[in-house]
Design a binder for this molecule. Structure first.
Ligand code: MN
Length: 191
């Protein structure tokens, strides 16, 4: 299997002013692409050739896990944005958010707090657990909740490369913008 960089569902300038075209050029065009390239190199001769990304996330370790998870995580992250989508949860996922967090705003506050306080590089996740309840998880580096058996619904990349061009060291400002480009029809379709 040759791993490929998936196409974005929007133009590179479509998320302005929240995420600039320059950030997408680097974050998608260089960082995401590099994880794809690294994975294609590392998989050769590993005995894991032909495995899909989910299998590698659950079973692989070291460089193969890191790059496979980063490919999957970035695709999942970029696919959740749209320039003109629904900006608040609706339907069954909205009900589940109220049941698990009390309100949509409480969930946003808890998620933002988790993303702001995640030490170093990593990802903050909204996941569905086996009992149907929703939860927020912090994962360091390339971490992905599939490895713990949880279903990812939404994620925020808090590696500095995700925000440093637009926001420098101001991660909380990046997190404020994150909610302005999330498309809840897409998040809801994963529920
Ligand atoms: Mn990233």
């Amino acid at each position: 299997m040759i791993y490929e960089l998936p196409k974005l569902n929007y133009k590179p300038d479509a998320l302005k002013p929240y995420i600039s075209e320059e950030t997408l050029d680097f974050h998608y065009g260089k960082h995401h692409q590099t994880y794809v390239n690294n994975l294609n190199k590392l998989i050769e001769g590993s005995g894991l050739e032909g495995s899909d990304l989910e299998t590698l996330i659950k079973k692989a370790d070291g460089g193969i896990f890191n790059n496979a998870a980063q490919v999957w995580n970035h695709t999942f992250y970029f696919d959740t944005f749209s320039p003109d989508g629904r900006r608040a949860a609706a339907g069954t996922i909205a009900d589940a958010i109220i049941e698990s967090f009390g309100s949509f705003d409480n969930m946003k506050d808890e998620f933002s707090k988790a993303a702001a306080t995640l030490f170093g590089a990593g990802w903050t996740w909204l996941v569905q657990k086996n009992d149907g309840k929703l939860a927020i998880m912090q994962e360091s580096n390339a971490g992905n909740p599939l490895r713990s058996g949880y279903k990812p619904l939404m994620t925020c990349d808090v590696w500095e490369h995700a925000y440093y061009i637009d926001y420098r060291n101001r991660r909380p400002d990046y997190l404020k913008s994150f909610w302005e480009i999330l498309d809840w029809d897409i998040v809801g379709s994963r529920f």
